[in-house]
Structure formats: C-alpha cells, structure tokens
Design a protein around this ligand. Sequence first.
Ligand SMILES: *[C@@H]1O[C@H](CO)[C@@H](O)[C@H](O)[C@H]1NC(C)=O
Ligand SMILES: *[C@@H]1O[C@H](CO)[C@@H](O)[C@H](O)[C@H]1NC(C)=O
Ligand SMILES: *[C@@H]1O[C@H](CO)[C@@H](O)[C@H](O)[C@H]1NC(C)=O
Ligand SMILES: *[C@@H]1O[C@H](CO)[C@@H](O)[C@H](O)[C@H]1NC(C)=O
Ligand SMILES: *[C@@H]1O[C@H](CO)[C@@H](O)[C@H](O)[C@H]1NC(C)=O
Ligand SMILES: *[C@@H]1O[C@H](CO)[C@@H](O)[C@H](O)[C@H]1NC(C)=O
Ligand SMILES: *[C@@H]1O[C@H](CO)[C@@H](O)[C@H](O)[C@H]1NC(C)=O
Ligand SMILES: *[C@@H]1O[C@H](CO)[C@@H](O)[C@H](O)[C@H]1NC(C)=O
Length: 389
Amino acid sequence: MARSEQHLSLLIVLVLSMTAIAVQGSRCQLRTRPDSCLCSGTALTCSAWPVWKMVSENTTSLTVSGVTTLEDLSMAYQPSRALTKLTTLILTNDNISNIEEGWFSGTIFPALEEVILDQNKLTPNATQKMFAQVSEELRLLSLRAAFLNISSPVQNLKHVFSDVKGTKLEALRLDSNNIGLLPSFPKGSKFLALRNLTLHNSDLIGIQNGTFQKRIFPNLQNLDLSNNKLVNVDKLVIDNDFNSFASEQPSLSIRLGGNPFFCNCKLKAFQAWLNTTNLVADRDNVTCGDAVETSRRGQPVLGSQLPCRPGPDEVDVENELRPSYIILSVILALVGLLALIVLYLRRNDIKDYFVGVYTTTKEAFTSRHGYDDINRVRRDTPEMTPTEV
Ligand SMILES: *[C@@H]1O[C@H](CO)[C@@H](O)[C@H](O)[C@H]1NC(C)=O
Ligand SMILES: *[C@@H]1O[C@H](CO)[C@@H](O)[C@H](O)[C@H]1NC(C)=O
Ligand SMILES: *[C@@H]1O[C@H](CO)[C@@H](O)[C@H](O)[C@H]1NC(C)=O
Ligand SMILES: *[C@@H]1O[C@H](CO)[C@@H](O)[C@H](O)[C@H]1NC(C)=O
Ligand SMILES: *[C@@H]1O[C@H](CO)[C@@H](O)[C@H](O)[C@H]1NC(C)=O
Ligand SMILES: *[C@@H]1O[C@H](CO)[C@@H](O)[C@H](O)[C@H]1NC(C)=O
Ligand SMILES: *[C@@H]1O[C@H](CO)[C@@H](O)[C@H](O)[C@H]1NC(C)=O
Ligand SMILES: *[C@@H]1O[C@H](CO)[C@@H](O)[C@H](O)[C@H]1NC(C)=O
C-alpha cells in the first residue's frame, strides 16, 4: 500500500516537472524579437518580413510564412549579421520568385540544417545557383510546389543544386512541381548523404538516361516518382540507372505508382523488369493509364497483355501517312472517272473535231505549199530515210 502511494507521488512529481519544462519551452527565451514575430523558446514565427537587427543571435528557428510582399530575396534583405544558431529557416507560401546567389550563404547561416521553401514562385534561369555557398550542415531542402511554371527545367534546374551536393543533405523534396524532365546531374556530382529524393506529383513525362545513378546518389534509400506522367521507362534507364542500385539486398526503394503507363508492346522490357526486381516498393500500384481498351485502365502493368499499338506520344509514321495516300488515290480515281464521263458525253463533238482535224491536215498536205514544206524538211535532214507519203 505504502509502496504504491510512493509510486503515485513520484509519478505526480514527474508529470509536474515535465509540464514545467514544456511551459518553459514555449516561453520566449530570446532577449529581443521583431514586433511582427511570435516567440516560443528560441523559435520565431513572423507575419511580416523581420527587422533583422531585432532577431536575436540565439534564434534557432525562423518562420516567415504567408508574406507575399517580398518577391525578390535580394542581398538587401539578408540578415545584417550572422545568425550562428539558426538551424531551421521556413519561408513558405511567400510568392518568392527570385533568390539572389549567396543569400543562403554559410557565412550568414553557418548552422543551417533545414530550408523549407514550399509554395513559392521560384523561376530560376539557366545560370542561377540559388543555394550558392550554403552551409555544409544542410540536411533537408524542401521545394514542394516551389517553382512556378519552369519554362525549360532541363536548362533551368541544372545549377540550382550545384552547391547543395557538397552538403550533408539527406532529403530533397521536389514534389508537386511542374518539372516535366529533370536534367541529368553533371558528371562527377555526388550527393553523398542523400537518402530521400521525392518527386511525387511533379509532371515528370520521362526519365533521362543517367539521372538516377548509384554513383551520383550512393546512399539513396527512397526515390519517389509516383503520380507523375510517365508512360514508359526506357531500357537504358532500367539498365544504367535503376539497376545500378540492384543487389540481393537493395537499400533503395523506388515508388512508381500512379503513373499512366501505356500498356503496349513497348512496355515489355519494363514489365519484365518489374516482375523480377525488388527495387519497386509499390509495384501493385504500377498500372496501365491509357490501355488500348478503356476497360483495362488502372489494371496492374504486371500481368497485363501488351499488344502492339502506337502509344500516345509515339507517332507511327507509316500509319500516319497511309490515310493521305488513300485520300490521294481516291481523288485521282474520281478525276479519271470524271474525265471518262465528260469524254463519253461529248463523244459526238470529239468525233467531229477529229474529223475536222483530219480534213484540214489532208487539205494542207494536198496543197502545194504544204508539200514544199515537207520536201524542204527532207532536204535539211539528209540522214532521214525517205519514206513514201
Ligand atoms: C544567448 O544565449 C546565451 C546563453 O545561452 C546568453 O548568455 C546570451 O546572453 C544570449 N544572447 C542574447 C543576445 O540573447
Ligand atoms: C501572391 O500570389 C497570390 C496568388 O497568386 C496573388 O493573389 C498575390 O497578388 C501575390 N502577391 C503579390 C504581392 O504579388
Ligand atoms: C539569371 O538571373 C540572375 C539573377 O536574377 C541574373 O543576374 C542573370 O543575368 C540571369 N541570367 C540569364 C542568362 O538570364
Ligand atoms: C507557363 O509558361 C508558358 C510559356 O512560358 C505559358 O504559355 C503558360 O501560359 C504558362 N502557364 C502558366 C500556368 O503560367
Ligand atoms: C525519408 O523517407 C522515409 C520513407 O518515406 C520517411 O519515413 C522519412 O521520414 C524520410 N526522411 C526525411 C528526412 O524526409
Ligand atoms: C546512358 O548512360 C550510360 C551510362 O552513363 C552511357 O554509357 C550511355 O552512353 C548513355 N546512353 C545514352 C543514349 O545517353
Ligand atoms: C513473371 O515471372 C514469372 C516467373 O518468375 C513468370 O512465370 C511470368 O511469366 C513473368 N511475367 C511476366 C509478365 O513477365
Ligand atoms: C497504392 O495507391 C493507393 C492510392 O493512391 C495508396 O493508398 C497506397 O498506399 C498505395 N500502395 C502502395 C504500396 O504504395
């Protein structure tokens, strides 16, 4: 009895002290804070762009969200001094369209581990290194729905990550962007620490050979390519990219569900690979999106018949041209028929015409003038054997 009471009081003390810690955690521990920011512990959450001199150097987390007035993160808006304790920077839903090179520089944010830029309107160009000189401590980069209508992603995403690859980056989130085609990473790129790469719902229409290789992502564990617009995966990509991670106990798990795979015979290599590989985590969700018969839409690619019919993006030139040949032949046949009908209807006129021609010719020959002409031609061309007229 006494023992259980003792336990109970111990529990109460524990609960009380934990509550005290929690309360203390939410109390502001920063000596200064901008007016527009709420402070909790060492974290600031701001409803307007902060006045940097009011942001304490002890701040560990800074959130500026829903502030749509600052479209250009230029150097003018960079903190005036280093925030050496800041590990988390959340700039979501801010209409940011441009980030000046060096804005995230490690000299200003030397401890930065997490950068969340979800729901912005970034429009990088072909030369821009958005994360130039970012801290080596970077572990998470989230760019969900962060880009606005990238006009040429293969060009314009080429340099975005060039300073990110040397960091401790573990997770790169590129979901819900209108990417289309991802550029392949330059030779020698290595994302040594990257474990998660997510491109869920990013309008990917194809995968280029050499984009996802083990030599670039030696520690990749999750590759999410689900809910895109992939209609096929090229044999080269299977062999050179996906299979570079293959082994008896692969560490990589690829998600490919929710893509509109076009189930014709060109998908056979992919289907055979899907049947044998243990790299694809959601293979039951890998389905035909645009099967030959509508009834087969949504059926798993595994076990599907793959008849040879042209796919949506592949134009069968022979079949494309055939209808125009047919139309041309029909037109020619009609013209011929019409000509015959006209000739038949006007057969009497034609007969009269030829009779007329015959008579005039005969007259010309029989007239003296015509005869002389013919004789002169004969004289001028002596090698011609004379024939009786
Ligand atoms: C930052 O925190 C340290 C203790 O952790 C304290 O000594 C220092 O005064 C704080 N600086 C500011 C500007 O709040
Ligand atoms: C931010 O984006 C929203 C939605 O597109 C738009 O309505 C708003 O005008 C933008 N704000 C600025 C300051 O551009
Ligand atoms: C890319 O953008 C940066 C910064 O906005 C600009 O300085 C540079 O001239 C642009 N480059 C091209 C090729 O448009
Ligand atoms: C995307 O960009 C293209 C050309 O750059 C333009 O025609 C199209 O309207 C844009 N779409 C949106 C949703 O902004
Ligand atoms: C990586 O992906 C796994 C599986 O989807 C998830 O559980 C984990 O939280 C992710 N890690 C990061 C850092 O995003
Ligand atoms: C595909 O990638 C492999 C390995 O990187 C390379 O040897 C091959 O030339 C590439 N093929 C094409 C068509 O790009
Ligand atoms: C899948 O593999 C099994 C044997 O492992 C084989 O019997 C079957 O025909 C294969 N299916 C396809 C679609 O390749
Ligand atoms: C398959 O897709 C459904 C619906 O999108 C989802 O709920 C489920 O988790 C997926 N299964 C796997 C194994 O990913």
